[in-house]
Write a protein that binds this ligand. Structure first.
Ligand SMILES: NC(=O)c1ccc[n+]([C@@H]2O[C@H](COP(=O)([O-])OP(=O)(O)OC[C@H]3O[C@@H](n4cnc5c(N)ncnc54)[C@H](O)[C@@H]3O)[C@@H](O)[C@H]2O)c1
Length: 434
């Protein structure tokens, strides 16, 4: 049971894996297994995703239809909403969302729901690997006791580990396969079994002493980003007071070949990870009477950036003798980062709402995002035509997609508020940087 059984199944090519949650994390992982000739069943509650996969279609920007089609047609990948098929698999990777609730506390209800689907379908010898980012202690304090209620013993009858996902959507160099993967099991056998499964598809596995350590590794990585972006954002606020260009300064500092790693300011944090994950850590620390100061400060500064951008737009229009109320504003880029089609937590959404509240008429352009629903309003991406640029009082660059023709935009726009230094090579009077 366990390691030896998995080894045998790998040797005789009968290993079968399950992936629960087929989103930005789960679908690429499922594809890696399928491409390595390991049969994968993907589980999701969203019928439309399951249907698309079974039809050989992708809904994730980094995965082409052909990839899915090939694996589905050679029967290495299938998807289902029927969780009883979990009985057929040897390992189960859980890749469901871990958002915040309204009071910005961790919402692990998706993990709990996944667990409820797993428990009635458990089979002796299975390994369960949680991938969803969560606070240290989730695997051991929440998942382990639930699994043990079945009477099965972890480390003997069942195996359990945490292995954080590091996928960076849109990254052309680092993919699921060539990004080292950290893994910590409840017992040594759990760690070895989990590492063996992932070694089949990922170049390097880094094992740590426990699931809680693995959970903490992921939160360190994302807190590191949040804190450093927070500092870059504070640098922009300071440079604004000093009349200096923050990007020029950061880029010059980055020429130091050691001891400095550049982070750049922007309109605020976006995506399902960096704005959320550090708050999982600070929440956990609060339960232990510890105030995570860096996380709190970074969150405060990063969350204040949409308001700062709104003020910049208002002051910019004022310089052009225009009131924000009644002005026409075109937002360029609403995805949370360049060249991807994801708007989750995008600061563009917050900025649109703030500008609208002040009476501005908002349109946006983003070829990656055809429409955006905000409250009762639905916005549709507008063409980046000369007419659309010139009829607006102000353009606000929120996300610098690589297809933007900045030269053209700079020539045609009356006023540009540039939150990304996209206009770096232009020095015309109509540009205001953060
Ligand atoms: N997106 C990223 O770049 C990224 C990177 C690293 C880590 N993560 C972490 O990975 C986890 C998943 O993120 P994601 O971006 O893939 O989310 P996602 O929203 O793209 O995908 C999650 C999928 O889980 C499905 N789901 C929800 N509840 C389910 C249930 N009970 N059973 C089965 N399926 C269910 C949803 O329908 C959805 O398809 C999160 O914890 C996130 O923090 C995300």
């Amino acid at each position: 049971m366990g390691l030896n059984t998995i080894k045998q199944k790998i040797d005789n090519k009968s290993l079968k894996v399950g992936v629960i949650g087929l989103g930005y994390v789960g679908l690429p992982l499922a594809c890696e297994f399928a491409e390595a000739d390991i049969e994968v069943i993907g589980f999701d509650i969203a019928q439309e995703k399951v249907d698309l996969i079974n039809m050989g279609k992708s809904y994730i920007i980094d995965i082409k239809d052909q990839k899915i089609e090939k694996q589905v047609s050679r029967k290495k990948l299938s998807a289902t909403t029927d969780f009883s098929a979990l009985k057929e698999v040897d390992s189960i990777s859980i890749c469901v969302p871990t958002p915040l609730n309204k009071s910005k506390d961790p919402d692990i209800s998706y993990i709990e729901a996944a667990l409820e689907s797993i428990i009635p379908n458990l089979k002796k010898g299975q390994i369960i690997i949680l991938e969803s980012t969560t606070y240290p202690g989730t695997t051991v304090e929440v998942i382990k006791p639930q699994l043990e209620k079945t009477g099965l013993i972890i480390g003997r009858d069942l195996f359990l580990a945490f292995s954080p996902e590091r996928v960076d959507p849109g990254n052309k160099i680092y993919t699921t396969k060539n990004t080292p993967k950290v893994l910590g099991g409840v017992t040594k056998e759990c760690t070895k079994t989990g590492a063996l499964i992932y070694e089949q598809v990922i170049n390097k596995i880094v094992t740590v002493s426990s699931p809680s350590s693995a959970e903490m590794v992921k939160l360190l990585e994302n807190t590191f980003r949040s804190v450093n972006i927070g500092m870059a954002n504070e640098i922009v606020l300071m440079c604004n007071k000093l009349g200096l260009n923050a990007w020029e300064i950061i880029e010059a500092a980055a020429t130091k070949p050691f001891g400095f790693m550049p982070f750049f300011p922007g309109p605020g944090l976006g995506g399902h990870c960096i704005p959320i994950d550090p708050l999982y850590l600070s929440w956990k620390l609060k339960t232990l009477n510890y105030d995570a100061k860096f996380i709190g400060l970074a969150d405060e500064i990063n969350s204040s950036m949409p308001e700062y951008v709104t003020t910049k737009v208002t002051l910019g229009l004022n310089q052009h003798k225009k009131s924000i109320n009644g002005s026409r504003i075109l937002i360029l880029g609403v995805a949370y980062k360049a060249d991807i089609n994801d708007v989750r937590e995008s600061p563009a959404l917050d900025i649109i709402m703030k500008l609208q509240k002040l009476g501005a008429n908002i349109q946006y352009h983003d070829n990656f995002i055809p429409e955006v629903k905000l409250g009762d309003n639905t916005f549709y991406s507008q063409e980046l035509s000369e007419e659309n640029i010139s009829k607006n009082d102000c353009l606000v660059i929120i996300t610098h997609h690589s297809y933007f023709d900045i030269d053209y935009i700079t020539k045609k726009a009356r006023l540009i508020i540039d939150t990304r230094n996209a206009t770096k090579n232009f020095n015309t009077d109509n540009i205001i940087r953060l």
